[in-house]
Design a protein around this ligand. Structure first.
Ligand SMILES: Nc1ncnc2c1ncn2[C@@H]1O[C@H](COP(=O)(O)OP(=O)(O)OP(=O)(O)O)[C@@H](O)[C@H]1O
Length: 982
C-alpha cells in the first residue's frame, strides 16, 4: 500500500526551496503534491517520488499557517495525519494538525535538512568546514583589509592606514608630500573600513581631471567597485536620489560644487566616510567662504569619517589650512591665534625627543637632557619611564624599552599626529635626485618692446593691465599670454609660437632626448593648446594636450596616449598648470616647465607628476628662460632664494606669504630683486631650522612609527605566504565551477565552466574571465593581472555564500576501516558561534564565527580529540544521494539522539570560547582606552566623542560576546562499510 495519503506534508528532495508540500492526490501510480508557498504542483511516480515526509519530534519549533509558533511536546495520529501538541510562545497548550503547518516553513538549518533527507555533496561539507576555519583565522589577523590591495608594502602608508582605520570615526588630513601615496593611503583606509564592517557607504570627491585615475586605481589596486557619478548619469536616475545608486560614489568636485541641487541630494544621504582629494582647493577666507568649502563643510558635519588629502596644505595660506582642520574637528580648531601659538610650542617637544635619544645613548645621563625631557612630560607614567631610563641600576634592555615607550608617549601626547599626517621624501628616503637644466633664450622683439617700455614708463603697467585684462605679475611672466591679449597691435599679427624661441628650443630638446618621454607644463591652457599645434605645424609632432577645458574622456585619452609605450604612443604631452594636478606620470623623467608658476607649491605640484613612487630615474627639469626677463628673475628667486628645484622642503608657502608682493615688484626691477632673494634666503634658512626643530619634525616622526609599520607588514606577509590559500582556492573553484588554467609566470586564467554557480564577481558564463596571480610581486608588474588573496572579491563571495547559506551543511559519507565493523554510524557535527552585534563594532576581530567540532560514534562516545577532521575526511567516500536518504530515513531516531547529545557536548566548550574572546577584547580595548585617556589629558587633538565612543564600544562588545550562542552549522553522517567492499 502507498505510504502517501492526502493532507500529509512532504518536502521535495531535489527542490527544497519549493517549501512544504501537501499531498493532493494519490493513486496506484502517481502522487500529486501542491507546494503552496511557491504555487507549484508536481506529480511523481509513487514508486520513485523524490519526497521526504516531514515529521517533527519533541523539541522542534513549528510554525502554523496563521503565523503562531510552538515547540512540539508530543504528537498523535488522526486518520493517517499527524497532529502536533505543544506550547505556543504565550505558554498556551495547542494542537496543530500537519495540514495547518505554514507552507513557507524553510528547511535550511542543518538539522532540519538532514532529518528531511536533504544531503549535499561530501566535498561541499569539507569546504564548508574549511571555510569556517579560515574565516575565523583571517578575521582575526591584524592586517585584515590591508593585505589584499595590489600595492607595494611601503611602511609609512601602512602605518597611516593602520593607525587611522582603527580609530572610531577617523577624521584626518593626509598631507604627505606630493607623490608619496596619499591616494593609496585613502584607498587602504577605505578598504579596511569596508572589510571590517566599519563603513558601508563612502563619497569620494576629486578634481575633475582625477576622476578616472581614482576610478581605475580603486578598481585595479583595491578591487573596489565604485560608481562614477556625473550629471548625465544623475539625469538618467529619475526615480530618486542618484547618490543612493551605489554604496561607493565617486564624483567630480567641479561638478558637485557648481550644482546646488546635487549638493542637497548628496547631503541628504547617509555616508560613513567622505574623502576629498586636493583639499587645498577648498578655499576659506575670514571674509569669504568658497563654494567647495561650504559644500564639504555641510557634508563633513553629518559624516562620521572624513579624509582630506593635500600635498600642499598651506598653499592657500595658513587661515585656509586652519579652516580645513576645522572641517575635521570644529571644536578643537576654533581660534586661529591659539593654533599659531601652539604650532610654535612644538619646538620644545621636538627638542625633548632629541634629548631622549641622547639619554639612551649615553651611560652618564646629562642633567640638561634629563631636564629637557622632564620639562615636557607631566604625567606619572612618563616620569616613571624617565626614572628607569636615567637610573644607573637599569639594565641596557630596560633602558631601551623605557626609551621606546617614552618616545611613543611624547609623540602621542604632545605631538601633532592625531589630525594630520605628513611624510616627506627626506624622511621616507629612496627617491631619485633632481637635475635642473636652465636654457637662457633671447627675448623676441615683440616681448622685449613691451618689457622695455614697462621699465621706462611707470604708468604703462596699469595701461597694459587694462588693455590685456590680465593681472600682475601674470602679465609680465606669461609673455605669450600678454602677446595674445594684445591682438590689435599691427606688429603682433603672427601667432606667438612663430616668434617665441621656446618652441624651436623644445623641438630640439625632443630630438636630444631620443626616445624618452617628455612632459611639458605651461601655466595657461591657451599656451598649452597653441603649443601642441605649433609642435605639429613646425615639427610634425603629435602632442596631445591635457587641460581643464577638455572633457574627461579627452583628458584620459591624452594621458593614455602619452603613457602608451608602443609605437603609436606619444612622446610628449602638453599640460596646463591645474589640468595635470594629481596625475601619475612617473614613467617619464623629463619635465619641461615651459614657464614657471607663481607659487612654490605649484612648482612642487608640477615636479610631483614625475617625482612619485615608482620613478626609477633621476628627474631632469628643463626650464627655458628669456634673458633679463621677469621669468628669469622668478627662476632665480626659486633657485637662489629657496632651492626649490632640488627637493621639496615644505616652507614655500611661508616664503610666498612673506615675499609674494615684494617679488611681484622685483620682477620688473633687477635692483630690488637681489634684496628680495637675500631676504627670502634668510627666512628660508630660518624656516628650515624651525621645521627641523618643531612641528614638521614632529609631524614626520608621528607620520610613521616604524615598529607599528613593521608589525603590520609582518602580518600582511603572513597572509601573503599562507600555504592554505592556494589549496582552498582550488577546492572552492572546483566546487563553484570555476576553471583555472596555468599561463606560466605564476599567472593563471580563471574562467567560468558550464556548471559555474552564477553571480561570482568578474565571472559571467560565456565570457572570458580574468587572469590572476597569488603573487604580490607578479601582480605589481602586470596591470592586466588581478591579485588573488583572502580579500579578493571572488574569495569573499565564495566564502560568504558558504557561510551565509546552507551549502554543504549536510552530508553523508562511507568509511572503510579495518578496525571498525560495517554498519556503524558516526556523526560529525560542526557548531558555530553566533553573536549578533552591529557590524560597526567589528566583533569579528575578537570573536569571529568559531567552529566547534564534535565527532560521536554510534554509542555516543566523543571521538573529537582522537580523530581529526582531515584525518577522517581523507578516508571518506561519497555515496549516491538516494542511498544517503534511505540510510538517514532508516536511522532517524538514532540521529535525533546523537544530534541532541552533540549539542550538549558542544555547549561545554562555549564558556571557554566566550572567556577567551572577552580577554582578547578587554586586553586590546583597555590598552587603547588607557592610551587615549592619557592622550586626551594632554593632547587636545583627541576628540571627546572618540573617547566616549571607545568606552561605548567596549561595553557593547562585552554585552555582545556575553550573549554568544552556539548553533549547529553542519552535520555529516558517516556510515562504516565493510573494508573489502567496493
Ligand atoms: N604602495 C604602493 N605600491 C605601488 N604603487 C604605489 C604605492 N604608493 C603609491 N604608488 C604609486 O605612486 C604614485 C603616487 O601615489 P599617489 O597618487 O597615491 O600619491 P599622492 O600623494 O596622492 O600624489 P599627489 O600629491 O600628486 O596627489 C601613484 O602612481 C601610485 O599608484
Amino acid at each position: 500500500m502507498s505510504e502517501f495519503s492526502p493532507g500529509q506534508r512532504w518536502i521535495s528532495d531535489g527542490e527544497a526551496e519549493l517549501g512544504l508540500g501537501t499531498i493532493l492526490n494519490v493513486d496506484f501510480r502517481s502522487v500529486t503534491v501542491l507546494f503552496s508557498a511557491s504555487q507549484e504542483t508536481r506529480t511523481y511516480s509513487v514508486r520513485q517520488a523524490p519526497l521526504t515526509r516531514v515529521a517533527f519530534a519533541p523539541g522542534d519549533r513549528v510554525q502554523s499557517a496563521e503565523g503562531w509558533q510552538m515547540i512540539v511536546d508530543d504528537s498523535k495520529e488522526v486518520d493517517g495525519l499527524v497532529v502536533y501538541i505543544g506550547e505556543d510562545d504565550e505558554g498556551n497548550l495547542r494542537e496543530l494538525p500537519e495540514a495547518r503547518l505554514a507552507d513557507s516553513m524553510q528547511f535550511d538549518q542543518a538539522r532540519d535538512r538532514l532529518l528531511t533527507g536533504q544531503v549535499d555533496r561530501n566535498d561541499w561539507f569539507d569546504l564548508r568546514f574549511r571555510t569556517l576555519h579560515h574565516h575565523q583565522r583571517i578575521e582575526q589577523n591584524p592586517a585584515l583589509g590591508l593585505a589584499g590591495p595590489k600595492i607595494d608594502l611601503i611602511p609609512h602608508q601602512l602605518y597611516i592606514a593602520d593607525e587611522v582605520a582603527r580609530r572610531h570615526a577617523p577624521r584626518v588630513l593626509l598631507a604627505d608630500e606630493v607623490g608619496l601615496g596619499k591616494t593609496i593611503e585613502a584607498g587602504l583606509i577605505l578598504h579596511r573600513l569596508l572589510l571590517t564592517g566599519r563603513a558601508e557607504r563612502a563619497l569620494i570627491l576629486v578634481p575633475d581631471s582625477l576622476t578616472h585615475q581614482w576610478l581605475v586605481e580603486l578598481l585595479r589596486r583595491f578591487a573596489l567597485d565604485v560608481r562614477l557619478l556625473d550629471e548625465h548619469q544623475s539625469l538618467a536616475h529619475l526615480d530618486g536620489n542618484p547618490f543612493e545608486s551605489a554604496q561607493l560614489i565617486l564624483a567630480s568636485q567641479q561638478w558637485l560644487f557648481a550644482n546646488p541641487q546635487r549638493q542637497t541630494q548628496a547631503q541628504s544621504c547617509d555616508w560613513d566616510l567622505l574623502i576629498v582629494d586636493e583639499a587645498h582647493h577648498l578655499d576659506w577666507q575670514p571674509e569669504k567662504t568658497g563654494p567647495g568649502y561650504a559644500c564639504v563643510e555641510a557634508l563633513a558635519a553629518r559624516t562620521e569619517g572624513v579624509l582630506l588629502l593635500t600635498a600642499t596644505p598651506e598653499q592657500m595660506g595658513v587661515e585656509s589650512h586652519f579652516a580645513r582642520l576645522r572641517l575635521l574637528d570644529p571644536e578643537r580648531y576654533q581660534d586661529l591665534e591659539h593654533f599659531k601659538a601652539e604650532e610654535h610650542g612644538y619646538a620644545r617637544v621636538a627638542e625633548a625627543v632629541d634629548a631622549l635619544e641622547r639619554l639612551a645613548e649615553n651611560d652618564s645621563a646629562s642633567t640638561a637632557d634629563r631636564d629637557g625631557v622632564a620639562a615636557v612630560i607631566d604625567d606619572a607614567d612618563s616620569q616613571a619611564l624617565l626614572a628607569v631610563l636615567t637610573s644607573p641600576e637599569s639594565s641596557d634592555e630596560q633602558r631601551q624599552v623605557a626609551r621606546r615607550e617614552l618616545r611613543e608617549q611624547l609623540l602621542d601626547r604632545h605631538g601633532t599626529g592625531r589630525v594630520m599626517f605628513r611624510n616627506s621624501r627626506r624622511h621616507v628616503g629612496g627617491f631619485p635626485s633632481r637635475q635642473l637644466h636652465v636654457t637662457p633664450l633671447a627675448l623676441p622683439s615683440a616681448y622685449r618692446r613691451v618689457l622695455r617700455r614697462l621699465e621706462r614708463d611707470e604708468d604703462y603697467l596699469d595701461e597694459l593691465l587694462i588693455e590685456t585684462g590680465l593681472d600682475h605679475p601674470e602679465v609680465v611672466l606669461y609673455l605669450d599670454a600678454m602677446y595674445r591679449a594684445l591682438p590689435h597691435d599691427p606688429l603682433n599679427e603672427e601667432p606667438w609660437w612663430r616668434i617665441d624661441p621656446r618652441v624651436t628650443w623644445l623641438l630640439e630638446l625632443l630630438t636630444e632626448v631620443g626616445r624618452d618621454k617628455l612632459l611639458v607644463i605651461a601655466h595657461d591652457r591657451d599656451t598649452a593648446t597653441d603649443l601642441a599645434k605649433a609642435l605639429q605645424a613646425l615639427g610634425g609632432i603629435h602632442a596631445p594636450v591635457f587641460h581643464e577645458g577638455l572633457s574627461l574622456v579627452e583628458r584620459d585619452r591624452a594621458a593614455a596616449a602619452f603613457a602608451d609605450d608602443e609605437e603609436d604612443g606619444c612622446q610628449v604631452l602638453v599640460c596646463s598648470e591645474i589640468g595635470s594636478e594629481g596625475r601619475n606620470f612617473q614613467f617619464c623623467r623629463h619635465l619641461v616647465m615651459f614657464d614657471l608658476p607663481l607659487h612654490p607649491d605649484q612648482l612642487e605640484q608640477r615636479i610631483g607628476r614625475l617625482d612619485r613612487i615608482g620613478q626609477r630615474h633621476a628627474i631632469e627639469l628643463h626650464v627655458p628662460v628669456f634673458e633679463a626677463s621677469p621669468g628669469e628673475r622668478l627662476l632665480r628667486w626659486y633657485r637662489d632664494g629657496m632651492d626649490a628645484f632640488s627637493a621639496p622642503h615644505g616652507v614655500g608657502s611661508d616664503l610666498f606669504a612673506a615675499f609674494g608682493d615684494a617679488l611681484a615688484d622685483a620682477l620688473l626691477d633687477e635692483e630690488s630683486l637681489a634684496e628680495v632673494i637675500d631676504e627670502t634666503r634668510t627666512l628660508f634658512q630660518a624656516r628650515l631650522a624651525e621645521r627641523d626643530a618643531g612641528r614638521n619634525r614632529l609631524l614626520e616622526w608621528g607620520a610613521c612609527r616604524p615598529a607599528q609599520a613593521d608589525a603590520v607588514i609582518d602580518a600582511i606577509r603572513e597572509l601573503d605566504h599562507d600555504k592554505a590559500l592556494p589549496r582552498y582556492l582550488d577546492q572552492a573553484m572546483d566546487i563553484f565551477g570555476v576553471d583555472s588554467q596555468e599561463l606560466g609566470g605564476r599567472v593563471m586564467h580563471l574562467q567560468p565552466s558550464q556548471h559555474m554557480l552564477d553571480g561570482l564577481p568578474g565571472l559571467v558564463k560565456g565570457e572570458e574571465g580574468f587572469s590572476a596571480t597569488l603573487s604580490r610581486t607578479v601582480a605589481l608588474t602586470r596591470d592586466d593581472v588581478q591579485r588573488l588573496s583572502w580579500e579578493h572579491p571572488l574569495l569573499r563571495e565564495m566564502m560568504g555564500r558558504i557561510l551565509d547559506g546552507q551549502m554543504g551543511n549536510t552530508a553523508l559519507a562511507l568509511l572503510k576501516h579495518p578496525a571498525i565493523p560495517a554498519g556503524r554510524l558516526m556523526t560529525e557535527l560542526v557548531f558555530r558561534t553566533h553573536c549578533p552585534a552591529p557590524k560597526r563594532l567589528h566583533l569579528n576581530r575578537f570573536l569571529p564565527a568559531t567552529a566547534v567540532r564534535v565527532l560521536l560514534d554510534e554509542s555516543g562516545a566523543n571521538l573529537s580529540d582522537k580523530v581529526s577532521f582531515s584525518g577522517l575526511s581523507k578516508n571518506l567516500q561519497k555515496v549516491k544521494k538516494a542511498v544517503a536518504r534511505d540510510l538517514i530515513k532508516s536511522r532517524h531516531d538514532q540521529l535525533r539522539e546523537l544530534l541532541a547529545q552533540g549539542e550538549a557536548e558542544a555547549e561545554r566548550e562555549l564558556p571557554s570560547i566566550v572567556e577567551a574572546a572577552q580577554t582578547r577584547m578587554r586586553d586590546t580595548l583597555d590598552a587603547e582606552l588607557a592610551r587615549l585617556k592619557a592622550l586626551a589629558e594632554r593632547n587636545p587633538a583627541v576628540r571627546a566623542d572618540e573617547l566616549q565612543a571607545l568606552i561605548d564600544e567596549r561595553s557593547a562588545l562585552d554585552a555582545a560576546i556575553e550573549g554568544t550562542r552556539l548553533r549547529l552549522d553542519a552535520v555529516r553522517v558517516i556510515v562504516t562499510v565493510d573494508h573489502d567492499s567496493r
